[in-house]
Write a new protein. Structure first.
Length: 371
């Protein structure tokens, strides 16, 4: 999956903010998204609708999986923090203007919450990923980012917000084995690749922390603004740190390659706009748990594209680690479902865990209605 943004777009309504419509927040793969609970009437034919659904799934499966390779191309000649900062400045700016045109007006509390989430998701989460892909293969980075649900589960458990079932514990063990397989060789070498692997894992942990705490923050209720405000805040931080780190001074603009420019443009247009439009459109027409299957597909797509287009090694070690990490995600998801079934049997209104929200369940009422 691409951790480009943490929320989706709102329902494409022609009118102003639809505050009179009932909404719910789902959090899939670490991306909280507010979606309408009611279905919009459709006049298109069934065949046309099916084709659109197929294309939308292709976008979130293939495009998000391909963004890791695009990042690798972009940071070849553009410094990593500058790359991430430009990407999120343009995407966040477009979304914020769109939100304001729809009637949204940001409050002070929104900017405070946006700064916290933007730091966790984009400054640390994406900053470390972009930096690491100077030293780590894109497919390997995608597999390490797939550990995010494991970190979400551990953080929620550490904060006393949920218990870890036996299946989830087994999933964590599988994930630890997968990480050990991926990082074992680099640990013995102690080279820059090891620092890159650590940076990717740190970014995954930071993103997971943002997922756990974001429902407690006063982010905008409007889904479009909920995406835009943290994006803009994170972009400002990325560009500021890039300036302090001297990336602008050392950037030879004349030496920026066409491949890097196209990689950055791809990230902005396809990764941050088209894929997320498809993502939220699917959430309004397909069960969220089905949409969540992109979490499994994205690392596989990233590994295959890195092998086909960038000559990245496709080794037995990588294949075994892939099975372990993806198996861990499956076990954690099943374990969370079992926990929820037990809670449902024990109480009429059970509380939802953060990890369950991450897999498409409806978040607790106080999170749904937070303004």
């Amino acid at each position: 999956m691409d951790p480009a943004l943490f929320a989706g777009f709102s329902n494409p309504d022609p009118g102003p903010l639809a505050t009179n419509r009932r909404q719910k927040m789902v959090n899939i793969g670490g991306r909280p998204v507010i979606v309408p609970t009611n279905k919009s009437p459709h006049t298109r034919s069934h065949r046309a609708e099916s084709l659109k659904i197929l294309l939308a799934f292709a976008a979130i499966y293939v495009v998000w999986g391909s963004t890791y390779l695009a990042i690798r191309y972009a940071v070849e000649t553009i410094p990593p923090l500058v790359t991430a900062g430009i990407r999120h400045t343009i995407a966040g700016g477009v979304l914020l203007v769109w939100a304001y045109a729809r009637g949204f007006r940001a409050k002070r509390e929104h900017w405070i919450a946006g700064a916290i989430v933007g730091a966790l998701f984009f400054l640390v989460g994406h900053g470390t990923l972009h930096w690491a892909e100077q030293h780590v293969a894109s497919g390997l980075a995608a597999l390490l980012i797939a550990t995010e649900p494991m970190f979400i589960l551990v953080l929620a458990w550490a904060s006393g917000q949920q218990k870890i079932s036996r299946l989830s514990a087994l999933g964590l063990a599988f994930g630890a084995v997968g990480i050990a397989i991926l990082t074992g060789t680099e640990v013995t070498k102690g080279n820059s690749s090891l620092l890159g692997l650590i940076a990717v894992l740190a970014g995954s942990l930071s993103w997971a922390a943002g997922v756990v705490i974001s429902p407690k923050l006063k982010l905008p209720a409007d889904a479009l603004a909920r995406t835009a405000v943290p994006l803009v805040c994170g972009a400002v931080m990325l560009l500021a740190v890039a300036g302090v780190a001297g990336e602008f001074q050392t950037l030879p603009w004349s030496a920026v390659s066409l491949k890097s420019i196209l990689g950055l443009a791809y990230l902005i247009l396809f990764g941050s706009i088209i894929a997320f439009t498809s993502y939220t459109w699917l959430l309004q027409r397909v069960p969220p748990t089905v949409v969540a299957t992109h979490t499994y597909a994205n690392p596989v797509v990233a590994v295959l594209l890195g092998w086909l287009l960038a000559s990245e090694a496709l080794t037995t070690r990588l294949a075994v680690a892939s099975v372990a990490i993806l198996g861990a995600i499956v076990l954690i998801r099943k374990g969370e479902r079992d926990v929820e079934r037990h809670k449902t049997a024990a109480a009429s209104v059970p509380a939802k865990s953060y990890e369950q929200c991450a897999w498409g369940s409806v978040c607790p009422p106080d999170q749904n209605t937070r303004k």
